[in-house]
Ligand binder design. Structure first.
Ligand SMILES: *[C@@H]1O[C@H](CO)[C@@H](O)[C@H](O)[C@H]1NC(C)=O
Ligand SMILES: *[C@@H]1O[C@H](CO)[C@@H](O)[C@H](O)[C@H]1NC(C)=O
Ligand SMILES: *[C@@H]1O[C@H](CO)[C@@H](O)[C@H](O)[C@H]1NC(C)=O
Length: 316
């Protein structure tokens, strides 16, 4: 590399100027950090500022009151044997499980921890398919929850989420898979599966996508496999069986964390960011891709406390 030519800011500049430069850099840095925090605070108020994740209840057609109440289960597992690392899951199960169990109990849903079903021949995230498949015969709807998700507004029922997503509450005419999209397309961290032959077949086909199995990174391939399967459906099959709500924040909100990646995404995909960013009042927060998940869970839960005291058995 050629030596840099000396500029007029070189050795001979007066000493006062040498003080200004670092001060200028420092204040720009502080300004940048302050504006990032301001952006985070702004996005966190998205719902106050008029964003609507779901239509108002009155805009949904009322569910058929004569139909039986649907059996719904929240299915999850947390694999803590994954160990430490920066993207630590340690302690997440303790922080989240009480939250989910209390919510399920309050609403009359099943809660299934499918930890025992983890198939060690693949990265643990793949076993969500086995977990959902195992519960499908027992429930009408299975709601899969990744371990790094928490219920932040326990007053919201899953029925109302489904109804908001589908525009009706009729089980028989419902699609079989309800899943949201983020910057990368569909996100398999949170999704609903309806009990049906199509769903069983879809889950089996998903499990069969062995070419996507990938060890040794945060991307284990299960999400890519789901995306691939959905993309390979015909337009007709897609429209009948899969529903992707427009608003990601209906049940899969991502907290906005000041980082260069978030800033890049905010600038390159402002609409996707707005539709998916976690705001106070949202039903669920998903700490996808965040390090220090336990800290984030505590932060989200502290500001949006659960109405039910039982819901936080792990707090001191
Ligand atoms: C949930 O409902 C309870 C009582 O119905 C109310 O006091 C509380 O503020 C509600 N919480 C949220 C987050 O809406
Ligand atoms: C999945 O693979 C198994 C074993 O190869 C096969 O019997 C089954 O039909 C496949 N299912 C689907 C839905 O692709
Ligand atoms: C499993 O999924 C979670 C949540 O989406 C993700 O943060 C984590 O990195 C995944 N783990 C692996 C091994 O893929």
């Amino acid at each position: 590399m050629a030596p840099r030519p000396q500029t007029r800011w070189g050795k001979n500049r007066p000493p006062e100027r040498r003080i200004w430069l670092p001060l200028l850099l420092l204040s720009s840095l502080l300004l940048a950090v302050a504006s990032l925090n301001a952006v985070a605070a702004f996005l966190r108020r998205a719902n106050d500022l008029g964003r609507r994740c779901a239509p108002r209840p009155a805009e949904c057609t009322a569910g058929d009151v004569t139909s039986p109440r649907r059996r719904i289960a929240i299915v999850s597992f947390s694999d803590e044997s994954e160990g430490g690392g920066r993207r630590s899951f340690r302690g997440v199960r303790a922080a989240v499980e009480g939250n989910k169990r209390a919510y399920a109990e309050q609403m009359g849903y099943g809660y299934v921890d499918a930890r025992d079903l983890v198939d060690r021949s693949r990265p643990p995230n793949w076993s969500k398919i086995l977990a959902v498949r195992s519960q499908l015969p027992l429930y009408d709807w299975v709601f899969w929850n990744d371990a790094d998700t928490v219920v932040t507004n326990p007053n919201t029922s899953l029925e109302s989420i489904l109804e908001a997503a589908l525009g009706h509450g009729d089980f028989e005419s419902s699609p079989d898979l309800v899943v949201t999209e983020d910057f990368n397309g569909v996100n398999s961290g949170l999704f609903f599966v309806r009990r049906s032959k199509w769903s069983e077949n879809f889950l089996d086909a998903w499990w069969n996508q062995t070419s996507f199995v990938h060890f040794g990174s945060t991307k284990s391939g299960d999400n890519a496999a789901m995306k691939h399967l959905i993309n390979s459906l015909s337009a007709e099959e897609l429209s009948v069986h899969v529903h992707i709500p427009q608003m990601q924040c209906l049940f899969n909100s991502y907290p906005w964390v000041p980082s260069w990646k978030s800033v890049y995404r905010l600038i390159s995909s402002p609409v996707v960011t707005w539709q998916g960013v976690y705001s106070d009042g949202d039903f669920m927060a998903h700490l996808a891709g965040l390090d220090e998940k336990k800290k984030w869970i505590e932060m989200v839960l502290v500001v949006e406390p659960l109405s039910n005291d039982k819901a936080a058995p792990n707090s001191p």
